[in-house]
Design a protein around this ligand. Structure first.
Ligand code: HAM
Length: 438
């Protein structure tokens, strides 16, 4: 127990974390180019925030939330997703009084008590964006373009964008009735949860994971056939916007999303290469949510993508990403004076942004060299009494094997110069090689 992470949670170990760092930095940076600024909200909120926004007939609220009473007797829930907290912050800080649209992005941990499997965890991480204010479909196309740009930038391929419209408060009630009529004739075959959903929110049955309910849902009437003219026009506008941007999509009238706040546009980005949990990103409009939570009438939209699922796909597609920053210089020392000098040199070089290490384990010179190899240090230098006396030491490029003598009193400058020279040489060799190839 003590040495095992809780089921459905996982560690990201130091040798892999650069991949997370790379994709997360790319996500935030691309979002920044689209005008989104990062927001950070608490990991837990009042339970009611989620029951009201996500919806009390959803699987997330009915089955999956980590809810507990705190020592003050409040009902608290670990966030199962990022939208509710962003909306709460938007209202609490009256961001609706600021210049619209308000565009926020986030990277958050989320918690859902689901059955763990590949791509489905109980603690997972989302990158998401929320955009408050715009009514027209250009904004829908914009957030979809942002998600699409992120997948392209990190080098993922074969991801399908599926779109649907789930209507608005003016066309949905009539559809609900049609749907309820359809499911009523099959009531006894539905699971217990869906029997309860029948009266309150029949659309939720379309999202049920039970094989019997989803088989019944296959032949259910589609919202797409009951859209009002405004919703249809919005959907047509979105399709045109995506066509203009050259973003391919498939219309899937079966997408309803697992959360209640959506209206009009819903979309998912799906991969077939990571097993059953292939939805990498999901989102849509939620034009009524801000008002429902006590704020002004405020159209809004956004999406969230699952970081762990993206990592699975990166691995499945063997996407080459920039490597972790290696140790640039390992200072091998012999004797106390050299050791003390190494501490000072390392400090100075680290302040200049270099990754520098020296021995903290009391290893022999031979063992220090072995260690430098093991951590793939790019350069090593051996400093002992002899070197201290001469005021010079040999700097070894571990890739080329070449050693150059440098003055200890100009060590940092000389190292920088040599490193830059080596980098230029290897670049021109690479260019020459590629010219020769062609
Ligand atoms: P969601 O579809 O519930 O939407 O989650 C978004 C993404 O989070 C999914 O597409 C998936 O990649 C990832 N995800 C969900 N559950 C798990 C899990 N148990 N393990 C691993 N990854 C998971 C939302 O959360 C909405 N808040 C998205 C949104 C933002 N809509 C508008 N704005």
């Amino acid at each position: 127990m003590l040495t095992k992470a809780v089921r459905g949670t996982q560690d990201v170990l130091p040798e892999k974390v650069h991949v997370n760092q790379f994709i997360e930095a790319a996500m935030l940076e691309i979002a920044r180019c689209f005008g989104f600024k990062e927001i950070r909200t608490p990991v837990f909120e009042h339970t009611e925030l989620f029951t009201r926004s996500v919806g009390d007939t959803t699987d997330v609220v009915q089955k999956e939330m980590y809810t507990f009473e705190d020592k003050g007797g409040r009902s608290i829930t670990l966030r199962p997703e990022g939208t509710a907290g962003a909306v709460r912050a938007f209202l609490e800080h009256s961001l609706y009084n600021e210049a619209l649209p308000q565009k926020v992005s986030y990277i958050t941990s989320c918690y859902r008590y689901e059955k763990p499997q590949a791509g489905r965890l109980r603690e997972f991480h989302q990158f998401g964006v929320e955009c408050f204010g715009p009514v027209g479909p250009t904004a829908d196309a914009e957030v979809i373009a942002l998600a699409s740009e992120i997948f392209d930038f990190i080098g993922l391929k074969g991801i399908r964008l599926e779109l649907n419209s789930i209507g608005c408060p003016s066309c949905r009630p009539a559809y609900h009735e049609k749907l309820a009529d359809y499911f009523k004739s099959k009531r006894d075959d539905l699971c217990k949860t869906c029997q309860g959903r029948l009266e309150r929110n029949p659309m939720r049955i379309l999202d049920c994971k039970s094989p019997v309910c989803s088989a019944i849902a296959q032949a259910a009437p589609l919202m797409m056939d009951s859209l009002c003219s405004e919703c249809l026009e919005h959907f047509e506008g979105l399709k045109q916007g995506l066509d203009d941007l050259g973003i391919a999509y498939i219309i899937n009238a079966g997408i309803v999303r697992g959360l209640d706040y959506y209206s009009r546009t819903v979309f998912e980005f799906i991969s077939d290469e990571i097993g059953a949990q292939g939805t990498l990103c999901g989102g849509g409009r939620y034009d009524g949510l801000v008002e429902e939570m006590g704020g002004p009438q405020m159209p809004a939209l956004g999406f969230a993508m699952g970081i762990e699922r993206i990592l699975l796909l990166l691995e499945a597609q063997k996407v080459a990403l920039p490597p972790a920053t290696a140790c640039e210089l390992f200072i091998v020392t012999h004797g106390e004076n050299a050791h003390n000098l190494a501490a000072v040199l390392a400090n100075e070089m680290r302040a200049a942004g270099l990754v520098v290490d020296f021995d903290l384990m009391g290893r022999s010179v031979k063992a220090q060299m072995k260690h430098a190899n093991r951590i793939s240090a790019l350069y090593t230098v051996v400093i002992g009494d002899d070197e201290l006396e001469k005021g010079q030491a040999g700097l070894r490029n571990m890739q080329s094997g070449q050693t150059q003598v440098i003055e200890l009193d100009k060590f940092v400058d000389s190292f920088m110069t040599l490193r830059a020279k080596d980098a230029t040489e290897s670049l021109s060799q690479a260019v020459e090689a590629s010219l020769f190839d062609n």
